[in-house]
Design a protein around this ligand. Structure first.
Ligand code: ATP
Ligand code: MG
Length: 570
């Protein structure tokens, strides 16, 4: 490709619409343009990288026995109604009507669709297992599309679905995909970590997310500094540690004026926040619920929602006010009737705690669950783990990191085979529900994650395997016919050798070309200058570390091919 003809509209200025580095760089490097909120055009450079990521994904899926197919984006409402998800998926499901008023959606995922395909055409245990995948455009009407390709409303996903005879078969398919995913992200050059994850709206128990580590990541990960345990903060939990016994003192009511928060109360009473129990009212669908958690802990609403099994969960401060006529900050569980009380597992173990008194600006001291001072209807792990706490599995301590979820794998078990009646005839002649798994990789998000990790002040630093082009040739002065000719010769030779190379033949100063080369991030820059050329050499510079060396013209192609090969290994 000659740069004079290449459509890569680079920008000098940082576009105002971009917040994180990958989004800024992809706009500046002329890779991406916005069409609507969360809807993008991939310009040629981005598309070349996307196709490389897709190819890596294909190779790794095929290596595990995956078969590629392609399903439509448009899905009839009926199959979503049959699975029960039409009503629960919410506003993220992009619903459309046809000219006759029939309901459809633009698929956010394809469990329903693939289940129906299986149901219609697979009969016997002899045909199992099956691993089917596609690389296809998904639609999710995200509440907050942002960060370019990271969280868009139209995006490319690889989704694979496994169909097995039984749980043992699913475990095997799951392990195959775990391995395939690890290989995909390593080949893309990502620094990543698989972590235990919540299975969310997709359903089923057993899931891992693959996290590309990055400060700008939207997900928080807890990992152990000693063993290899890691999990998203959404599901990370541990048994409560034992609490030393204390003598239970008599309950006392004290004035605590102007103490709206746990910190205020702690300061006013001169106690640590871990002596206080927070009382929070939630609206869980139709039901009002009180959740209790230690004062220095954060309640995890995902766990709470899982425990209550509700579709909608919102803080219900107003409801609390109606019940007690009290200020938020002065609520407590003592004497409460007719509202379900759930507590984090640490709470019932505590002694002599402080709670709101439900009586003006007052708190109760020395409240003890173990003495029957208040009621708890259900105890569960309902909090976030914090950095520095002891690991749930060993004596190590927890560390916190941020990550970008580039892929997720789920065991679905028979969630969809039950609701959609997807069965096979077993060896015993009976019908059995097929046991399923699903496995997604965000192709565009993976690209963005690579850029987020691989950059410096000058621009992108592509890992070789996913670079749009492998090398750029820059003649330092186009007006000198000798340099121009030498650059053209090198270009022709490298093209013939199958190297993906750009010749920067634009009528620009060398400085401009160097800047663009760094911004676009070609792994190798070949500079054709008069001095080196007189010695029969060119200057080669590696983008990843700035290393420069002179290489003889007649060994350049072999050197470059070897370098590309080595850099593409993983
Ligand atoms: P998130 O929690 O980030 O919203 P998700 O858990 O809903 O994602 P999955 O249903 O697991 O996503 O989809 C599989 C993969 O698709 C994700 O791991 C991610 O890489 C990608 N993906 C999901 N939503 C988006 C989006 N809005 N834009 C780009 N990629 C996405
Ligand atoms: Mg996910």
């Amino acid at each position: 490709m000659k740069a004079s003809n290449m459509f890569a509209p680079t920008l000098r200025e940082v576009p105002a619409e971009a917040e994180i580095i990958s989004h800024k760089l992809m706009l500046r490097a002329g890779m991406l343009r916005k069409t609507a909120s969360g809807v993008y055009t991939y310009l040629p450079l981005a598309w070349r990288s996307i196709r490389k990521i897709e190819e890596i994904v294909r190779q790794e899926m095929d290596a595990k026995g995956g078969q590629e197919l392609l399903m439509p984006a448009v899905q009839p409402a009926e199959i979503w109604q049959e699975s029960g998800r039409w009503d629960v998926y919410g506003a993220e499901l992009w619903r459309v009507k046809d000219r006759n008023g029939r309901d459809f959606c633009l698929g956010p995922t394809h469990e329903e669709m693939i289940s129906i395909i299986f149901r219609n055409d697979v009969r016997s245990y002899k045909q199992l297992p099956q691993l089917w995948y596609q690389i296809q455009t998904k639609y999710r009407d995200e509440r907050r599309p942002r960060f370019g390709l990271m969280r868009s409303r139209e995006f490319i996903m690889k989704d694979l679905y496994s169909f097995d005879l039984d749980e043992a078969g699913l475990a095997k398919s799951y392990d195959l995909m775990y391995d395939a995913y690890s290989r995909v992200f390593a080949r893309c050059g990502l620094n990543f970590r698989p972590v235990e994850a919540d299975s969310g709206a997709i359903g089923g128990k057993g899931s891992h997310e693959f996290m590309a580590l990055a400060e700008s990541g939207e997900s928080a990960i807890l990992y152990c500094d000693t063993c290899d345990w890691a999990a998203t903060d959404e599901i990370a939990g541990r048994e409560p540690l034992p609490v030393p016994a204390e003598e239970m003192l008599p309950v006392e009511k004290v004035d605590t004026p102007d103490c709206g928060t746990v910190e205020d109360v702690a300061k006013f009473l001169q106690v640590p926040t871990n002596r206080i129990v927070k009382t929070m009212y939630y609206q869980a669908d139709e039901q009002l619920v009180i959740a209790l958690v230690r004062g220095d802990r954060r309640i995890n609403e995902i766990k709470l929602q899982g425990l209550l099994g509700c579709n909608e969960l919102t803080l219900a401060e107003n409801a609390a006010l109606e019940v007690h006529g009290q200020k938020v900050g002065y609520l407590g569980p003592v004497g409460v009737d007719g509202v379900k009380i759930v507590a984090d597992a640490e709470v019932p173990l505590m002694f002599n705690v402080i709670v709101g008194a439900n009586d003006g600006e007052r708190h109760l001291l020395n409240v003890n669950y173990q003495r029957g001072d208040f009621r708890i209807d259900q105890v569960a792990d309902l909090r976030y783990l914090e950095e520095g706490e002891q690991c749930p599995h060993c004596q190590g301590h927890l560390k916190l990191a941020r990550g970008i979820e580039v892929g997720q794998i789920f065991k679905l078990h028979t969630k969809y085979s039950d609701s959609l009646h997807v069965v096979y005839a077993g060896e015993d002649g009976q019908e059995h529900p097929v046991v399923m798994g699903c496995y997604g990789i965000g192709i565009g998000r993976t690209l963005a994650a690579v850029v987020e990790q691989c950059n410096d002040a000058d621009g992108i630093i592509w890992p070789m395997a996913v670079a749009p082009y492998q090398a750029v040739i820059i003649p330092v002065n186009d007006r000198e016919p000798e340099l121009k000719e030498a650059a053209e010769r090198i270009y022709a030779e490298l093209e013939t050798a199958g190297v993906e190379v750009v010749l920067d033949d634009r009528q620009e100063r060398a400085g401009v070309k160097f800047k663009d080369a760094d911004l676009i991030g070609y792994p190798v820059r070949i500079t054709v200058g008069a001095k080196a050329l007189a010695r029969g050499n060119v200057e080669v510079r590696l983008r990843k570390n700035g290393e420069m060396q002179e290489i003889a013209l007649d060994s350049l192609t072999d050197w470059l091919k070897a370098y590309i090969l080595v850099e593409s290994l993983y």
